[in-house]
Ligand binder design. Structure first.
Ligand code: 2PG
Ligand code: MG
Length: 427
């Protein structure tokens, strides 16, 4: 068949139009959405999520003058350069975003636009090739599914510092035989913990934070003891292992000298804080600890990693910000043995993938993760499977969170006999 574009030497997968629009996160805050339309008419669309407890070393979310400046920049500088590029050239598109921006942290065009463009390109390319995004990113053998790491109780900044001092109390059904039982186990635990909280705190009215985790005025110890009781019972009932995790988001507790435990009205020195963490890990069998220390404390991370090796995974989020140079510093110091992967923290799939490769080569467990202000889109589930991440952190209930979890269930069905859970990073 005669095709005008192809006969003029234009590939049908090249970008014909690049659209940006204002959009909103699940928290109701402004963000940007990018839609790329290919010569063939096939489209790809992605929306940028936003964090609340952001790492200091993340890329800049929006240009200094905000979302309107991001839109203006994109239309003037980015779109014009993207048009004519091939959507399957992910590396080329990501490099172009860096070139147009010209700063190391996307301060000019904004990390939100970079992220949305990078992911929209991958999505358009996979649609063009008529394959799911996870296959496009991960290849034919990307069939190992991640265990959902779900926050059941919220605290820290995510709960306006009114609940426990750590930001997230998590569950990980790492013995689950399939994705459906993994997801449903976490949801059952969430429901049961809700009932226990109502018994414990008479003022508890069923409040949940942005990620669907319960927020109640209880102490860290109370949160852990409720969670561990429910988890133990559930593990027995299900007949498989379920672990407890914590994201302390400790940068939010650090005042430059000490860690503030606001709910206890108490401060702990770095040493006392670390001792407390070790005690908690032993007492409650905690298998996953994210950001136990503030974002500059590589040495403390190294100490804790060595002390808890074989017992508990020490995961860097604000510490590494998905950045390969920060991870390299961690590798040198042996700081952490797990790393959160948030593509938006570095702005492009290429940069995030470089970090994923480096992490895997050096024995770090990767954990693909959402943001607290996420979107209703499901693409994160594809990124997790595409990167073959053994863990996915994507909240617990609510539209933005269920979008990813329900997509994993669909993907499991699509994989048929090839679908299997990842090798668990826990014993
Ligand atoms: O600390 C985290 O892991 C994230 C997601 O839960 O929080 P935020 O997106 O607010 O940075
Ligand atoms: Mg975190």
């Amino acid at each position: 068949m005669f095709n005008r574009a192809e006969s003029a030497g234009i590939s049908m997968s090249s970008i014909d139009d690049a659209i940006i629009r204002k959009s909103f996160t699940g928290r109701g805050d402004q963000t940007v959405e990018v839609e790329l339309i290919l010569e063939s008419g096939v489209r790809g669309l992605a929306t940028a999520p936003a964090g609340a407890s952001k790492g200091k070393h993340e890329v800049q979310f929006l240009p200094q003058d905000g979302v309107d400046a991001a839109i203006d920049m994109f239309r003037r500088w980015v779109a014009t350069d993207l048009i004519g590029m091939d959507a399957v050239d992910q590396g080329g598109i990501d490099a172009k975003l860096e070139e147009v921006d010209g700063t190391p942290n996307f301060a000019r065009i904004g990390g939100a636009s970079a992220f949305a463009t990078s992911l929209a390109a991958a999505s358009a390319a996979s649609n063009y090739l008529e394959m799911p995004l996870y296959k496009y990113l991960g290849g034919a053998l990307a069939s190992s599914f991640p265990y959902p790491v779900s926050n059941v109780i919220g605290g820290g900044k995510h709960s306006r510092n009114l609940g426990p001092d750590f930001q997230e109390f998590l569950v990980i059904p790492y013995g689950a035989p399939d994705i459906y039982s993994a997801v449903s186990t976490n949801l059952e635990i969430h429901k049961e913990v809700g009932k226990e909280l109502a018994k414990e705190d008479p003022t508890f009215a069923g409040g949940k934070n942005d990620e669907g985790a319960w927020t109640a005025k209880i102490s860290t110890i109370k949160a852990l003891s409720i969670l561990s009781t429910v988890v133990k019972k559930k593990a027995e009932e299900k007949g498989f292992a379920i672990g407890i995790g914590i994201d302390a988001a400790a940068s939010g507790m650090w005042n430059g000298e000490k860690y503030e435990y606001r709910s206890e009205g108490k401060e702990r020195s770095a040493e006392e804080h670390m001792e407390f963490i070790k005690q908690l890990v032993d007492e409650y069998n905690i298998v996953y600890f994210e950001d136990p220390l503030h974002e500059e404390d590589f040495d403390g991370f190294a100490e804790l990693t060595a002390a808890l090796r074989g017992k508990c995974l020490i995961v860097g989020d604000d510490l590494f910000v998905t950045n390969s140079s920060r991870l390299r510093m961690g590798i040198e110091k042996k700081a952490g043995n797990g790393i959160i992967i948030k593509v938006d923290q570095v702005g492009t799939l290429s940069r995030a993938f470089e970090t994923v490769k480096l992490a895997k080569e050096n024995g770090y467990t990767i954990v693909v993760s959402h943001r607290s202000g996420d979107t209703e889109r499901e693409l994160l589930a594809h990124v997790a499977l595409g990167f073959q991440s053994p863990l996915i952190k994507t909240g617990i209930v609510g539209g933005e969170r269920m979008a990813k979890l329900n997509e994993l269930i669909r993907m499991w069905e699509a994989e048929g006999k090839a679908a299997h859970m990842s090798k668990s990073p826990f014993k």
